[in-house]
Design a protein around this ligand. Structure first.
Ligand SMILES: [Zn+2]
Length: 382
């Protein structure tokens, strides 16, 4: 993780880099970071920068042997600790390190609920237990394998039981060249004995502009939608992603309903559907059409057996599989995509949405139910 991948937090990034340049990195730091502000990715980028063999003035190189291992979270001198659910097979945090790495690779901005969903939690309480504390002490007592500085990043030290006091000595007098970074959300819930032994680094909430920029560049939202979401997310990137997910889910159900209406030729339902979409506003209508194109392209991949390349959340994936194997063929899919792209073009040019969406609906009936493709489209039967 490089600083350049961190969303916002420019001032804090500069301050952290400055501590490295001036050689005053405190060996035990507590990042107090509200949910979705990026405390964990910042801590990782900081540790990567400290250990980079060819660091620049404002970021790690991303290329050296240390950076390459850091980028995959597999550096032998980078340790993570986090709440987990102990069981017969899971005694310490590193027993679920694969799930942890995968989540970081997928999306380093997450909360406890998202992390919990990656584990078999049953009804247990997450915690960082005494076995984990002993494991940390053991890991840090070894000499560094290859890094200059061994790093332990503990996410949510609030989940340390009283036994967390077992870590006090090592936090206060760590082995040589060892850095502790604890990333917490609630200062009041941290053992005071730990709090008093760490240097506090406050990570502010993200500002709305940074979240909006992220939504525009990463999710392709337009400025207006991105600003609405970032306002609702209130500086929390996890929340912004959830909102985005929700709106995509909404599009999934509307779009697949639309295809089903076309398949069964339910024109009266289509009129109601068209009336609803007409109330959405142009930008949302365009997003919806773009979503439809995206969905159908994924269906095309499924039709061609390229399942590995498909990127759809599980619910949408099930619907796409169903359509791809039972209803759609490549020519139909292409024809529908063309209709959606034409509609997108006309919406941009202020077409009347009611007339336009009703027209596309009727085209869907023609293509899906009657298998009649508009002129100019090659039609190849399966
Ligand atoms: Zn490097």
């Amino acid at each position: 993780m490089q600083f350049s991948q961190i969303i916002g937090q420019d001032t804090l990034k500069k301050q952290l880099i400055q501590t490295v340049i001036e050689g005053r990195v405190s060996h035990a730091q507590l990042f107090l970071s509200p949910e979705g502000s990026g405390g964990l990715p910042l801590a990782i980028a900081y540790a990567q920068y400290i250990n980079c063999l060819d660091k620049g003035e404002d970021d790690s190189c991303g290329q050296c042997s240390s950076c390459r291992k850091y980028e995959k979270y597999i550096h032998p001198d980078l340790h993570f600790s986090y709440p987990f659910f102990s069981s017969k097979d899971v005694k310490v945090a590193s027993d679920v390190i694969e799930q942890w790495r995968n989540l970081l690779l997928e999306q380093p901005y997450f909360n406890l609920n998202i992390w919990r969903s990656k584990l078999s939690a049953e009804n247990k309480q997450a915690n960082i237990n005494i076995a984990e504390c002993h494991d940390i002490i053991k890991k840090l007592s070894y000499k560094a394998f290859e890094a200059q500085t061994k790093v332990l990043i503990m996410w949510l030290p609030e989940f340390l039981d009283r036994e967390g006091n077992a870590l006090l000595k090592i936090i206060e007098e760590p082995p040589e060249n060892t850095l502790f970074i604890l990333i917490a959300q609630n200062q009041e819930q941290i053992l005071p004995t730990i709090l008093s032994r760490t240097q506090l680094v406050k990570v502010p909430r993200l500002n709305d502009g940074d979240i909006a920029d992220f939504l525009i560049s990463k999710a392709g939202l337009n400025r207006e939608n991105a600003e609405n979401y970032s306002f609702l997310a209130d500086g929390n990137l996890v929340e912004a992603n959830l909102l985005l997910q929700e709106s995509n889910d909404n599009h999934v159900s509307y779009f697949t309903d639309w295809l089903r209406m076309g398949y069964s030729g339910r024109v009266s339902e289509m009129t109601t559907f068209t009336d609803t979409i007409a109330t959405w506003g142009r930008e949302n209508q365009k997003n919806f059409l773009r979503y439809g194109v995206h969905f159908l392209r994924e269906c095309c991949l499924l039709i061609h057996g390229a399942d590995d390349l498909v990127k759809l959340p599980s619910e949408a994936l099930n619907v796409a599989r169903n359509f791809s194997s039972n209803v759609l063929n490549p020519a139909m899919t292409e024809a529908i995509i063309t209709e959606l792209e034409k509609a997108h073009y006309h919406i941009e040019r202020n077409a009347n949405p009611k007339i336009l969406f009703l027209d596309v609906s009727l085209q869907l009936v023609k293509i899906i139910k009657f298998k009649t493709l508009p002129k100019g489209t090659q039609y190849i039967y399966n």
